[in-house]
Design a protein around this ligand. Structure first.
Ligand code: C2E
Ligand code: CA
Ligand code: CA
Length: 610
């Protein structure tokens, strides 16, 4: 028998926790040592005495006779015997004779003063809300009430040592704003209610919250959670039937050896980090938190905290990558790419800071800086009497939300008295898919003002062909992925992109060429320009000069550019023989001959021509 003081102490813990809890002796007697207030409530018992009479003080008496299985057998048959726990269905009859079902978690532990015990945590089928807990349009708990509940739950886990058995799941409906603007707020609310229903159906015994507009969260037993999460995402995505609006989930499993080092908020922060990590990945609907993600978050914080200082102190450097004209093998331009040379962390590459700055809407600072540096560079080239090569700069769609990029570029052009043809604007295809109409107007403004606009990473988005139809560009930069997977299929795709671009009067550039074989192929299909490690990596301007001298890469003149841009649009992939020649009064040089032309030359002997 427990003394009164111990019983009182135990009650002060267990009565505060969510769900019904009872402690049962872990021997053949299965004697009930304690039942918390909520469990008495489930059984419609007013007090411990009534509960004891109803159950005869043993676990056996708590369940229907036909459902009784000794607790040790439940763990052996249904659970994880080595870990000493099990989930099981818990049918019971109340004092007033009503039949109910709950879900229970059974754990064997040793507790001070009690010895070996079973702890049974029962959740009634729907989590009932305490009066006064905030409710929202979905009828689920709101953030504050949810975190309070979860923290209580964590307390319970600490007492029972079961922290490793539960996990935190965070859901986000991506582009929910788009759904609202497409279908209206009422439909948006309706969708949220449906999502809530799907969550309830798949997690009937979990604490679920609708945190805010497009975010949901829940605590669930870890066993089988991924299957349920997958099913929820699938069901919701099928319901929405629009692949730019999808449900994504992040799951955080606590370290079973050290489960209590997290609060509710921090556990859900981790789940959110996992969820955010697949925001832009159409192929995935869920991710579990890993330590690398945590590290990424720290790296992200470093970028945000130090970016202004890096700009001020000149740690951001502009690297230039050569672009080569396929027909002549001459250098016809460069792309400006940012590098962050950090005194503490060494070199940070753009993938480490560009997406972070984009997210934080700070990318305009970087891009304005790059444009200024590029202007200065072009100015010195001109001043020193060297041939000037056009330089392309990258703009992000977020730039257009913060500043007027055309104005930024125009100021630089005026300051350094540059022709507008020296600066080219690259905008990635993915930006257009997201922010279409607005960007279209901005691109048109740039082009009207006299700037060439290039579509970066063409072929990487979902709807490249829609983009081609709706946007006007001067040049397509064919995404590197096609050369990375250089096979029959990608060759065919590149070929048809080049053909299509020519028929639209748009120039072509292939990115990421690393081998002679790739260069030969690009030449054979009439792709006009090549950028890739084959001709040079991005490097500091002075290094690039040396590199080009060593590799005998000579600069193209503006006149050559004008002529070759015209030639470049000719389709060389017809069945007819085509040769492109450069002619002046003294000589004629063949720049390019297609296969049909070579064949004709083979068939016709030189003497026939005389
Ligand atoms: P991007 O505009 O598509 O730039 C091309 C990237 O491909 C560069 O990476 C370049 O180093 C790499 N690359 C070029 N040739 C090859 C090759 O043959 N093989 C391989 N494996 N890679 C090649 P980088 O410099 O790391 O830039 C990554 C991305 O970061 C850029 O992709 C661009 O989207 C963004 N970025 C870079 N600088 C800036 C900037 O100043 N502003 C903005 N908004 N974005 C920038
Ligand atoms: Ca680019
Ligand atoms: Ca690119």
């Amino acid at each position: 028998m427990l003394d009164e003081k111990t019983i009182e102490e135990l009650h002060s813990y267990y009565d505060r926790l969510p769900g019904g809890i009872c402690l049962v002796k872990a021997d053949d007697s299965e004697e009930i040592l304690l039942a918390n207030a909520e469990l008495l409530n489930y059984y419609q018992c007013a007090n411990w005495q009534e509960f004891k009479e109803l159950t005869r003080g043993t676990y056996r008496g708590m369940v229907e006779a036909s459902d009784y299985i000794p607790l040790k057998d439940i763990v052996r048959v249904k659970g994880q015997p080595e870990a000493n726990y099990a989930y099981f269905q818990f049918p019971y009859r109340t004092r007033e004779g009503h039949f109910n079902k709950g879900n229970a978690l059974l754990i064997r532990t040793t507790q001070k003063g009690l010895g070996d015990i079973w702890s049974i945590n029962v959740m009634k089928s729907k989590y009932s809300r305490a009066p006064g807990e905030t409710e929202n349009i979905t009828g689920l708990l709101g953030g504050t009430a949810f975190y309070k509940r979860v923290n209580e739950h964590i307390q319970m886990e600490k007492i029972d040592g079961i922290g490793g058995l539960y996990c935190s799941v965070y859901f986000n409906l991506t582009n929910f704003k788009l759904y609202n603007s497409n279908y209206g707020i009422e439909q948006g609310d309706e969708l949220l209610r449906k999502v809530a229903d799907v969550l309830r159906a798949h997690f009937p015994y979990s604490i679920i919250a609708h945190l805010n507009a497009d975010n949901f969260a829940l605590v669930a037993p870890r066993d089988g959670v991924i299957e349920q999460v997958e099913a929820v995402c699938r069901e919701v995505d099928e319901m929405i039937d629009n692949f730019s609006i999808t449900l994504k989930a992040g799951v955080f499993f606590r370290d079973p050896d050290n489960p209590s080092e997290y609060t509710a908020n921090s556990a859900f922060d981790m789940a959110k980090i996992a969820c955010d990590s697949i925001k832009g990945d159409a192929s995935r609907s869920w991710a579990t938190y890993t330590e690398t993600m945590g590290k990424n978050l720290a790296a992200r914080a470093y970028v945000l905290e130090n970016f202004d200082r890096a700009l001020r102190n000149g740690y951001i450097k502009i690297f230039y990558q050569p672009v080569v004209r396929t027909l002549t093998g001459k250098l016809c331009g460069m792309e400006a790419l940012a590098r962050w040379e950090d005194p503490e962390r060494g070199r940070l590459t753009p993938d480490m800071f560009v997406p972070v700055l984009e997210d934080a809407k700070l990318i305009y600072k970087l891009d304005s800086y790059v444009v200024e540096q590029v202007g200065k560079r072009l100015h010195t080239m001109e001043d020193s009497g060297m041939p000037v090569l056009p330089i392309s700069v990258n703009l992000s769609s977020a730039d257009f939300d913060q500043v007027d990029p055309l104005d930024v570029v125009e100021r630089v052009v005026r300051k350094y008295r540059l022709p507008r043809s020296y600066i080219r604007i690259e905008i990635t295809e993915s930006a257009l898919v997201k922010d279409g109409k607005k960007l279209q107007r901005e691109i048109d403004r740039f082009r009207k003002a006299g700037y060439q606009c290039w579509m970066d990473d063409f072929g990487s988005g979902y709807s490249s062909f829609n983009v081609l139809q709706n946007f006007h560009f001067d040049e397509l930069k064919i995404d590197m992925a096609f050369l990375r997977n250089f096979n029959d299929q990608s060759r065919k795709i590149i070929k048809s992109i080049v053909l299509m671009a020519k028929s639209l009067g748009v120039h072509t550039l292939a990115e990421g060429a690393e081998t002679q074989e790739q260069v030969d192929f690009l030449r054979s299909v009439g792709c006009e320009k090549i950028q890739g490690y084959f001709y040079g990596r991005p490097m500091k301007y002075d290094d690039l000069r040396v590199h080009c001298r060593d590799k005998n890469l000579r600069e193209e003149t503006r006149q050559e550019e004008f002529a070759y841009d015209k030639l470049g649009l000719i389709n060389v992939l017809t069945g007819a023989p085509v040769a492109l020649c450069a002619v002046n009064d003294k000589s004629m040089r063949i720049l390019y001959e297609n296969d049909a032309y070579k064949k004709v030359l083979e068939d016709v002997s030189v003497s026939d021509l005389r």
